[in-house]
Design a protein around this ligand. Sequence first.
Ligand SMILES: *[C@@H]1O[C@H](CO)[C@@H](O)[C@H](O)[C@H]1NC(C)=O
Ligand SMILES: *[C@@H]1O[C@H](CO)[C@@H](O)[C@H](O)[C@H]1NC(C)=O
Length: 145
Amino acid sequence: MAARVVAQLIVMGSQIVGKAFVAAYKQAAANAARGGGAGAASAKGAAEAATRKGGMTLDEACQILNIKKEAELADIVKNYEHLYKVNDSSVKGSFYLQSKVLRAKERIELERGIKIAAEKPPKPEGEAAAKAAENTSRPEPPQQQ
Ligand SMILES: *[C@@H]1O[C@H](CO)[C@@H](O)[C@H](O)[C@H]1NC(C)=O
Ligand SMILES: *[C@@H]1O[C@H](CO)[C@@H](O)[C@H](O)[C@H]1NC(C)=O
């Protein structure tokens, strides 16, 4: 009789433990689905912050620049400069696409923690610039008789 009660208690106990375990498991599974623990959450958070800042995901950036995620920097720069140029409004490109290309480049920079040299506007170099500098730095000498 006593043994039977003890056995029942053990069964009840294991049911309670079982329920508690299931509840804990569900909780853990829910946490995992939300980003998998504190460590994973912070790593994921960094990528998400970069995505927010860059306005696009790394995947989108790679698609726009037509590169693989692990592409060589030289290839990224090559594709970026090409796409930037062909999309320039001076060659009837779309400003919208050009800025997408720019954003994509910035997203890659953010991801890799690097700075890719941007397409620079042509600098006023050469004769004209030299003359202009000369004009400002050397005022007309007073005429002497
Ligand atoms: C402009 O850039 C996009 C990428 O955003 C590219 O797919 C497209 O081919 C480019 N336009 C031209 C005219 O090459
Ligand atoms: C330099 O100044 C002269 C007049 O002093 C002007 O005729 C010329 O256009 C100027 N050159 C430039 C590059 O601004």
